[in-house]
Design a protein around this ligand. Structure first.
Ligand code: SF4
Ligand code: SF4
Length: 84
């Protein structure tokens, strides 16, 4: 499942550099997460790094993007291949 940022975001900028997949970007008003790039940090870390650092806990799982661990790992592999 990808993660999402709610409108409780205070634009503190700390999550964006922590994302190993460059999935976090500044949207029109607050930070947003590209669900096609978010792997829940699978392949890189054991915990979602953005959730760990967000001071207002506004990064829940995105209920519209339910994915298995295998699907998340496949996404990680696709993203790595695209970088190469
Ligand atoms: S869970 Fe990981 S991959 Fe997804 S947005 Fe947060 S830091 Fe990036
Ligand atoms: S860490 Fe949380 S509050 Fe800060 S920019 Fe990211 S989502 Fe917004």
């Amino acid at each position: 499942m990808a993660l999402m940022i709610t409108d409780d975001c205070i634009n503190c900028d700390v999550c964006e550099p922590e994302c190993p997949n460059d999935a976090i970007y500044m949207g029109p008003e607050i930070y947003e997460i590209d669900p096609d790039k978010c792997t829940e940090c699978v392949g890189h870390f054991s915990e979602p790094q953005c959730q760990q650092v967000c001071p207002v806990s506004c990064i829940p799982f995105n209920p519209e993007r339910r994915e298995t661990q295998d699907q998340l790992y496949e996404k990680f592999e696709r993203l790595q291949a695209a970088k190469a």
